[in-house]
Design a protein around this ligand. Structure first.
Ligand SMILES: NC(=O)c1ccc[n+]([C@@H]2O[C@H](COP(=O)([O-])OP(=O)(O)OC[C@H]3O[C@@H](n4cnc5c(N)ncnc54)[C@H](O)[C@@H]3O)[C@@H](O)[C@H]2O)c1
Length: 288
């Protein structure tokens, strides 16, 4: 599958997801402009890309020449005007509707009329992000998984005004760069999080009810269902504060009681037990 998208920009490329998406694009031969409002984030992301590709060379997955060429395809900027001639922008800025809308509205003035705008949002509506930006027909959802450079899945979605040929172009690009796209509705959580958020809440409620310890629940899910990671381990990795935010995005839209934040989750977050990033969640990482 070949796509006409040869040059992209990643907005929020200094952040967790943007840095990974830029790696995915550049290693597939795409000229990649890494844009962020914060220069230190871009510097961190460049160092991260450098060491990621160094490991790829050490593992024999990439030659030293390819590493040099790939890094040369990635350019950093904090100036939005540098994004004028890209074929597609993928935004991975803060998960905030107004921030994403303002960005697309500003980009609409800067970018060529052919440029596709893709959003990596996890919980916001593609239709709402596109609304009022001035090119609603050229906005799509491309939701990568963390870490994007390791995970193949991309959940692709159309807003109510997305032109089918634009969706197809974004889909073809995802395939071309080696990802595995699946089509999903413009709904919070798309496929994975829509299933995972209530499931993870069920697990938290099971811990709270004393049904089993986090360790035994994880052991059961891993050995019984063949999951690589148990739900408590996964929640600690995602961050328990992030799980609360996901619940807050889902529950008002779905009204599914399983999507509402369990009391234990709220207490853990209030206590600062956020998972790996704080050193304590369902597990203790202080001595790890
Ligand atoms: N972290 C995850 O597990 C994950 C997984 C899939 C999707 N997402 C989605 O990806 C997006 C980014 O999440 P993240 O975790 O990488 O966030 P993050 O906070 O790590 O990074 C966001 C980056 O965007 C930059 N930024 C914010 N507003 C900007 C603007 N107006 N212009 C330019 N740069 C701006 C920030 O400086 C920062 O570098 C969100 O929409 C999130 O829902 C996150």
């Amino acid at each position: 599958m070949t796509s006409n998208i040869k040059k992209i920009a990643v907005c929020g490329a200094g952040g967790t997801m943007g840095a990974g998406i830029a790696i995915v694009a550049a290693r597939a031969g795409i000229e990649t402009i890494c844009y962020d409002m914060a220069a230190p984030g871009l510097e961190r992301a460049r160092a991260q890309a450098g060491s990621f590709f160094t490991k790829s060379v050490e593992r024999g997955k990439m030659s030293e020449e390819d590493r040099t060429a790939t890094l040369a395809r990635m350019t950093d900027t904090t100036d939005l005007n540098d994004l004028a001639d890209v074929d597609m922008v993928i935004e991975a800025v803060f998960e905030d509707l107004q921030t994403k809308r303002d960005l697309f509205t500003a980009l609409n003035k800067v970018c060529d009329e052919k440029t596709i705008f893709a959003s990596n949002t996890s919980t916001l509506s593609i239709t709402e992000i596109a609304s009022g930006c001035g090119r609603e027909d050229r906005v799509v959802g491309l939701h990568f998984c963390l870490p994007a450079q390791m995970m193949k899945l991309v959940e692709a979605s159309q807003g109510m005004n997305t032109a089918p040929k634009v969706f197809q172009a974004a889909w073809d690009w995802a395939v071309q760069v080696g990802q595995v796209p699946v089509e999903t509705q413009d709904r919070p959580g798309f496929i994975l999080n829509a299933v995972l958020v209530p499931f993870n809440n069920d697990v938290i409620r099971a811990v709270e009810a004393g049904i089993a310890t986090p360790g035994d629940i994880d052991k059961a899910i891993k050995s019984g269902l063949g999951y690589k990671m148990g739900p408590c381990e996964l929640l600690d990795l995602i961050g328990l504060d992030t799980q609360v935010r996901l619940c807050e995005a889902f529950y008002p839209v779905t009204l599914d009681p399983r999507a509402s934040a369990p009391p234990l989750l709220r207490r853990m977050v209030a206590a600062g037990h956020l998972g790996r990033k704080s050193g304590k969640g369902f597990y203790d990482y202080a001595t790890a």
